[in-house]
Ligand binder design. Sequence first.
Ligand code: ATP
Ligand code: MG
Length: 728
Amino acid sequence: MNSLLAHLNPPQLAAVTLPPAHALILAGAGSGKTRVLPPRIAWLISTGQVSPPGVLAVTFTNKAAKEMQTRLAGMLPINVRGMWIGTFHGLCNRLLRAHYRDAGLPQLFQILDSADQQSAVKRLLKSLNVDDEKFPPRELCQFINAQKEQGLRPAAVEAWDDWARKRVGLYEAYEAQCQREGVVDFAELLLRSYELLERNEPLCRHYQERFRHILVDEFQDTNKLQYKWLKLLAGGGAHLFCVGDDDQSIYAFRGADVGNMADFEREFKVPNLIRLEQNYRSHGNILDAANAIIKNNPTRLGKNLWPAAGSGEPIRIYESYSDGDEARWIVEEVKALQRDGHARAEIALLYRSNAQSRALEHALFNAGLPYRVYGGLRFFERAEIKHALAYLRLIANTDDDTAFARVVNFPARGIGARSLENLQDAAKAANSSLHAAIPQVAGAGGAKLAAFARLIESLREAAYLPLPELVAHVVDLSGLRAHYQNEKEGQERLANLDELINAAASFVAEEGTPNQDGEITGEFGNDLSSFLAHASLEAGEHQAGEGDDALQLMTVHSAKGLEFNVVFISGLEDGLFPHENSLSETRDGKSGLEEERRLMYVAVTRARQRLYLSFAQTRMLHGQTRYNLPSRFLDEVPEELVKWLTPRAGKGGFAVSSAPTYPATSRRSESSGGSGFRIGQSVMHAKFGLGVIINAEGGGSDARVQVNFGNAGIKWLALAVAKLEAAN
Ligand code: ATP
Ligand code: MG
């Protein structure tokens, strides 16, 4: 017991040993909120106040759930694997698997991730002959998810005009399609399990009586439905223990509602509000910078946070002229850090948008530095993996039209668009799945479809195989392996397919055992369907080389809750971070800029010892060159905390009077066509004034340079004509 309570400060100790009652732990980043959850659970169990099955704990990611289980297992000699610890999605999936009949779902229902959902919507629009310009699939998905997150089924959605009524009609048709195909999207997992409990009183009472203590991490980012779900489960007198930080609420765009914190306090008359004010993570300068940034948000609950460590090093800021150079500078800096003994896994490269990872990955790859990308194109989202999973999904459920459509002609087996249209019509007429409609299609197309049906049948006959062998069998028999062997750049895809077999093997080793909660195990397809659910839920966390010492690349959103010794935040440019969409946007009267600032606060507070901030004058993004000003958030960092690695940029503009300096190894050698000018050089123009060369094209008499003249704008100049002089 004592060891359980060791290393906790007084308010943490108070939180861990609170007598059973509702509690809200409201505290800033790095103050040990997440850290109090395992000892709290262990204390409740070891003092006999609850048994392990009586605990429900909600984490923000699957990774965090695993960590919590590991820490708990180190504290108590109990089987943590059977405990209900997971994300909202994971827990709802578990509930629906155990009670699929009551929930009106097939036993082997499949989960649609967001890309699957979009293609399901596309298919729906096509089958209904709806113009997808009028109803873009992406927006329709957002609409559907937003309704579900408010707990609204189509019949409950208000619509005032024809267009809105039509949209609700599409929502309804989408639901029917999902039901027919036996698939659920992410929002549906939550709504369906909420409705299951709400409508099935005995079942609801069972769980209400079972879960005596409900703990929630990252509570500030719960949405309305998640909060209602928690309230329902706690309705039998369970105690809610929620931890959160209003300054880190960064998912409003997905329906998260920071107002849940105040609602919780009021509705549950929470008697215990505990604040943790000591930050154990970051050195003082980093914390001061974070506090100075977040102070600019007018609507906050307000918290104090002081560092446990000394002030540490200054925050380093670097200005580069292009994203490529920013990436090369990061590579050089990382190499230097390595020489100083920093482990790569303790260095994180954070960015605001996924697309930014490309330039970084390119430079890291060239330098031979191992790295892992979280998010972005995750392992389970890669095309070849999704193809293999689609075959597996058809083994579990032949009515899964999304899976069917994905692989019916992949690898190519000569099934043309015409045959597929006929098949779709036949399925629509018979109100059946595509697979079931195959016998209705005549002619040569019909014969090819029938051959595909036989392939699926023979794959299904192999379903008795242990999961990893089944996956290997599918990769071979489907023709995927042969297809990628013949493809020029197929090697990496083949490696990924092999990695899928490995993933299945480790999944079975870790999770394939029966558990104590009455979930069906050992029956046909159970391992398969839980593996498929795992693939949908845990995308990105099975990337190759998990244990390797690799740099950690991720968006700021996916860095929430994590910490690293060294953090680089790149792309600090207005329009990128803060994101341009946020600058004009307001939501519920709150500005999008405030959410961006919270995101910046999250980013800065990930760092323990050293923080780098960088920005580029020009950046290629989505195929366009963009010219941005330094992020306004840079101005919010007090000057005394900062060390500029390049001459300081002027307020609201670039340091046009000086070219950035580069490490010797990556000095740019480009000169503009032998003109004597080079990129990055400062120049003077009679009319536009002082500028810096940011790009060059052509040569000889055709040489052109692009110059950033600050206030006078960015211009292309023909050197043969323009009167341009070197400025230093
Ligand atoms: P975030 O808001 O970013 O999620 P958090 O409040 O959940 O942060 P934790 O991740 O729990 O904070 O803790 C931050 C770091 O401080 C961790 O490395 C943790 O081990 C350490 N820490 C927390 N409390 C203490 C303590 N009492 N003594 C020593 N280290 C501590
Ligand atoms: Mg945390």
